[in-house]
Design a protein around this ligand. Structure first.
Ligand code: NAD
Ligand code: ZN
Length: 346
């Protein structure tokens, strides 16, 4: 089968012929239809500091996909050949303290698909059945592949009620853009979206942002105060991983407000905890992955009902072999979400 593999501890990847893997008793073999590129895949390609510490070649990369079950192990019980599936990318153990206390997303023993386990940038993929999600027939393949990062956005937006709230969203990458659509569909009364990338801000308008602002051209805190009668926003959602944006968010939030953090910071951040958090009585949520599987139900319903239309966010598609073109667009910030056609076009 054709696959994108990271073979060496250095910059780059290879498009190769690889053997289809054998399945165990509780595994399934999936024929991948579409995969999509995440920033993590670009980090692995570029061999960033994070990748050097975390990734052990050789490994087929990728963790977002939709595909069809083509073979099942003898002890598989809840999926059948022909089922159209996606999967939770945190391959959790089910036995640890976290798994048994409702925090599967931070399982102590989880393996990450496309990092610790061969991934989705391949014609075939082997997964244990317990991480599979059966797709709603009303969700087309182009949308089904993005459910994993969409779930990140669902948990960030909905870590508390957002209806009729005023919201500042920092970062209009694919996940910040999903969050814009989710906040709109969930009844946020005012959505202000900030990103230095005007191309992405334009997509944000289509997703329901009331005000878009480029922090290179506007004072974000001043703009938020003007738009909220000097109160500040009820909710700040952080998807940029920028220390500067985080500090703007803390200044823009109203005392008693809520801050949810998904963005990942390259270095330790510097914030004035006394002034910006404790004396303002801010509630802060750290978000990792998505809840398994309660968030998948919400994601599926947002997409299948049409409550959130992600079409404006999916800006490019390529055959799998052209994955490097997609990664270049992502590095340059000239895209929303990039998807890769695998079935029949690899
Ligand atoms: P992305 O890199 O595509 O988007 C980040 C956006 O932030 C970019 O559009 C960038 O222009 C913008 N940005 C940079 N500086 C800014 C600033 N000062 N103010 C406002 N915007 C700024 O990333 P993504 O795929 O959309 O993911 C969003 C974030 O979530 C990333 O940091 C990613 O690493 C993180 N993430 C975390 C988890 C988790 O489990 N916690 C999972 C997936 C992604
Ligand atoms: Zn576990």
């Amino acid at each position: 089968m054709k696959a994108v593999i990271k073979r060496k501890s250095a910059k780059g990847m290879e498009f190769v012929d690889a053997p289809v893997q054998k399945i165990g008793l509780r595994d399934v073999l999936i024929k991948v239809s579409i995969a999509s590129i995440c920033g993590t895949d670009v980090h692995i390609y570029d061999w960033s500091r994070w990748a050097q510490n975390r990734f052990k070649p050789p490994r087929i990369i990728g963790h977002e996909f939709v595909g069809t079950v083509t073979r099942i192990g003898e002890e598989v019980t809840h999926v059948q050949i022909g089922d159209r599936v996606s999967a939770e990318s945190h391959l959790y153990c089910g036995n640890c303290y976290q798994c048994q206390n409702g925090y599967i997303e931070v399982c102590q023993n989880y393996k990450l698909l496309g990092v610790d386990h061969n991934g989705t940038f391949a014609e075939f993929l082997v997964l244990p059945e317990h991480v599979l999600w059966k797709n709603d027939p009303n969700i087309p393949d182009d949308f089904a592949t993005i459910q994993e990062p969409f779930g990140n956005a669902v948990d960030t937006v909905l870590s508390e009620d957002i209806s009729a709230k005023t919201v500042l969203i920092l970062g209009a990458g694919p996940i910040g853009l999903f969050a814009t659509g989710i906040a709109k569909a969930s009844g946020a009364s005012l959505i202000i979206l900030s990103d230095p990338n005007d191309y992405r801000l334009n997509i944000g308008k289509k997703m329901g942002a009331n005000i878009t602002a480029n922090p290179k051209k506007h004072d974000i805190v001043k703009l938020v105060l003007e738009a909220t009668k000097n109160n500040g926003v009820d909710v700040v959602l952080e998807f940029s991983g920028s220390n500067q944006a985080l500090n703007q968010g803390l200044k823009a939030i109203t005392p008693g407000g809520r801050l949810s953090l998904l963005g990942i910071y390259e270095r330790r951040v510097n914030i004035d905890l006394n002034k910006e958090v404790i004396f303002k009585k801010i509630r802060i949520y750290g978000i990792t992955g998505r809840k398994v599987f309660s968030t998948w139900y919400k994601t599926s319903r947002f997409l299948s009902s049409g409550l959130v239309n992600v079409n404006p966010i999916i800006t490019h598609q390529f055959p799998l072999k052209d994955y490097e073109k997609g990664m270049k667009l992502m590095r340059d910030g000239k895209c929303g979400k990039v998807i890769l056609k695998v079935d029949g076009q690899a």
